[in-house]
Design a protein around this ligand. Structure first.
Ligand SMILES: Nc1ncnc2c1ncn2[C@@H]1O[C@H](COP(=O)(O)OP(=O)(O)OP(=O)(O)O)[C@@H](O)[C@H]1O
Length: 360
């Protein structure tokens, strides 16, 4: 059953955010990486939400905006109801603590000349998380154990003495020591061997379930998204084209882009029927260059005349399942800013207990 929605302002809210790189909005050289996206991330629903889409679809841009690393070209980003661009020093510090990142390259946070401990002690000092040496040690041990690492085999070592998977789990430990309200993991397993991916994703799952930390998992890999997440957002060229419960979206995708994406993947279980029949064209349509309609029109096997006139709003082809596609224009329309509300409507199904981790 859905939890009653909290009246507190959401942790982060994107309102009509567009991000354009290079040359200004009207320049021919500019790239619209994110196009008028509205999204709400509530910190009180401990879910793992995956953001999937092919390379260049705007996933990292979305993540960077959510973390305040870059500013939007237009639109507003709110942190607990306050415009991020006007946060005072102390509020910015809270924001930086509340939203933690786990990056693609686990090497990027390690200095090869310092022991692994350094990566953990820096945030402890910066955010004054411990009162004494032994407090600090307990904090590190606790965090490492939560992500499945043995502290005696991790502390005191140099980065090169750990495997890629271990290093990435140290970065997860580092993030969770701060008891964040959200972890944004941007392709956290793409640079490690396939054999180590499962352990990293498992550690994220553990953090999510034992400490109730919501996680935004950015990936181009639908397989891991399916296995690890509760909900999924599918992006195509800077827009969210489909969103919903992961099982529903993967097994019964509605948007032709998601259908193509899913059908192009060799799923491991041949007996299981993934995806759906791909929607096909019922009318002959010429897609003019530079049209202002659906960004997927050029590639869409089901393109219709109206698709090149206006961008489709998100419709609700099924309960808690949205697709921005005119194939569903006989279904209720979901106001764009409501798209992400779906992420809070369906409970995660996890039996997550409030964890006993590090006190805030
Ligand atoms: N700093 C930048 N300067 C110019 N263009 C950029 C910059 N960062 C991203 N872009 C462009 O914006 C678009 C979206 O990029 P983004 O990195 O957000 O996509 P992505 O979905 O994360 O891709 P990938 O999966 O390859 O990381 C792409 O066309 C990209 O080339």
């Amino acid at each position: 059953m859905a939890k009653p929605e909290s009246t507190d302002p959401p942790l982060i809210e994107l309102r009509n955010v567009t991000k354009t790189y290079g040359g200004g909005v009207l320049s021919r050289d500019s790239t619209v990486a994110l196009d008028d996206v509205s999204l709400t991330v509530r910190g009180d629903t401990p879910q793992i939400v995956s953001v999937v889409g092919e390379s260049g679809s705007g996933k990292t841009t979305l993540a960077s905006l959510l973390m305040g690393f870059i500013a939007p070209t237009s639109g507003t980003i709110l942190y607990e109801g306050q415009d991020v661009s006007s946060l005072s020093g102390p509020r910015m510090r809270e924001f930086r603590r509340d939203v933690q990142a786990v990056f693609q390259d686990p090497f990027s946070v390690f200095n090869p000349f310092y022991k692994v401990d350094h990566v953990l002690t820096v945030p402890i000092r910066k955010f004054r998380l411990a009162r004494s040496r032994s407090d600090r040690h307990d904090l590190m041990v606790n965090a490492l154990e939560t992500v499945g690492l043995r502290p005696d085999e991790t502390l005191g070592r140099y980065p090169h003495q750990l495997s890629g998977g271990q290093r990435q789990r140290v970065t997860v430990a580092r993030a969770l020591m701060l008891r964040p309200k959200l972890i944004v993991a941007d392709e956290p397993v793409s640079m490690v061997d396939a054999s180590l991916r499962a352990t990293i994703l498992e550690s994220l799952r553990t953090v999510n379930q034992t400490l109730n930390v919501p996680i935004l998992y950015i990936t181009h890999d639908l397989g891991t998204a399916y296995h690890v997440s509760d909900h999924i957002l599918v992006m195509y060229r800077g827009t969210i084209v489909e969103a919903g419960d992961v099982e529903t979206v993967i097994t019964a995708p509605k948007h032709p882009y998601t259908q193509l994406l899913i059908n192009s993947i060799p799923w491991p279980d041949p007996d299981r029927r993934w995806g759906q029949e791909i929607a096909t064209r019922s009318e002959q349509v010429t897609v003019p260059e530079g049209h202002g309609g659906c960004r997927f029109a050029e590639r869409c096997p089901a393109v219709m005349a109206k698709c090149v006139e206006n961008p489709p709003p998100p419709y609700l082809p099924a309960a808690d399942h949205a697709a921005a596609c005119f194939l569903y224009d006989d279904r209720p329309e979901l106001p764009k800013e409501e798209l992400s509300r779906m992420l809070t409507l369906v409970p995660s199904g996890s039996s997550a207990q409030q964890g006993e981790g590090v006190p805030r």
